[in-house]
Design a protein around this ligand. Structure first.
Ligand SMILES: [Zn+2]
Length: 354
């Protein structure tokens, strides 16, 4: 019988001196880390409130990343993280480029990476994927997914997928390589952390997967003003604009990257509490979410991220690491970078009052 890749990690592979990793961003990583960890522990230096994942990241690290950044530093470290515009762009490019191609060879987990995780054992991916044909590509929030016959191959927001033509040099290091029968290839790398998940399509893959499929995309008509107003509850009213828009998977695929220009465009400071916004400001913020995400997607993603061919997106970011220390094109104020809630925010205090 063909493996589905969903077998639990056998308990005998867990070293006895390993405590459970508390990094709860994804239950798959949780299981994976139990298997790969070498018994060392690092704790995020942030307060619980400031940690990107709203807990002090305690992570058991494998030896090869013991000096590397912790997961909640991913965005500050400048790792590429896909959000809706990039996931949509790469899915569309995959549809045009690799749909219809049959996988001749699949290699997963070849280059050791402490924070790359897989559903099941990556060594079983060749058996699962070889001989299957890519039927389509789609995206949900910041996730991109390929359908390979009856299997789904899903990449989360920390996975970079790149296309290679026949004869092009294959990378020395990668977390997944798919060689197609016609000589072209697709490979994936994980810069900071990321999941490559192969599973029977339609099967339950947990909270992050479910919400990204079920919640309406800001690019769809279902994400209308009434839906946006409904997200504001007694509890969420008390949150800052950043926490409201870009945490807790309230809007899957809208993260700390796209957020910056959305808030600048709406003239709202990321730290401003939602309950201080007047009705007109809320309306402006809603339209800013819709318009900016649509524009970023139309232009092939942000210029701080790369597409399937390794090219930066065509949307020129204003409030991003590229322009920190420069001048706001609207008012001439300085674009400031500051740490907030486990990631950098970029603010023009002339336009965005706290
Ligand atoms: Zn300004």
């Amino acid at each position: 019988m063909r493996s589905t890749g969903l077998e639990p990690v056998p308990s005998r592979t867990r070293p006895s001196n390993v405590r459970v990793c508390q990094f709860r961003h994804d239950r798959v990583l949780y299981a994976r880390n139990e298997m790969i960890i070498q018994g060392m522990k690092r704790v995020c230096q942030r307060s619980r409130r400031d940690c990107l994942f709203r807990l002090r990241c305690v992570i058991m690290v494998s030896l090869n990343i013991q000096n590397g950044p912790l997961p909640c530093n991913a965005q500050e470290g400048g790792a590429y993280m896909l959000e809706i515009p990039e996931a949509a762009t790469i899915a569309m490019q995959c549809k045009k480029t690799i749909a219809g191609k049959t996988i001749q060879k699949a290699v997963a987990g070849m280059s050791p990476h402490g924070l790359a995780w897989y559903t099941g054992d990556p060594s079983s991916y060749s058996q699962m994927l070889e001989g299957r044909t890519i039927r389509s590509a789609s995206y949900f929030g910041g996730r991109m997914e390929l359908l390979a016959d009856e299997l789904a191959l899903s990449f989360n927001d920390g996975v970079n997928a790149r296309y290679l033509e026949k004869g092009e040099k294959r990378p020395d290091k990668h977390q997944l390589l798919l060689e197609f029968e016609d000589g072209d290839a697709l490979y994936c790398t994980v810069q900071m952390y990321g999941g490559i998940c192969c599973f029977p399509k339609g099967s339950d893959q947990g909270f992050y997967d479910t919400v990204s499929r079920e919640k309406p995309s800001p690019l769809s008509d279902a994400f209308d003003e009434a839906y946006f107003s409904g997200m504001l509850t007694e509890t969420t009213q008390k949150l800052s604009a950043k926490a409201f828009l870009a945490t807790e998977q309230r809007i899957p695929g809208l993260g700390n990257g796209c957020l910056q220009d959305i808030l600048w465009n709406a003239r709202v400071h990321p730290k401003r509490k939602m309950n201080t916004l007047a009705d007109a400001e809320l309306e402006t913020l809603f339209h800013s979410v819709k318009r900016l995400l649509a524009e970023m997607t139309e232009k092939g993603g942000r210029d701080t991220e790369k597409d399937l061919f390794g090219k930066p997106g065509g949307y020129m970011t204003v409030m991003s690491k590229k322009n920190a220390g420069g001048y706001c094109p609207h008012c001439g104020g300085v674009i400031k970078r500051m740490a907030y809630m486990g990631g950098n925010i970029y603010v023009c205090e002339g336009c965005q009052r706290g």
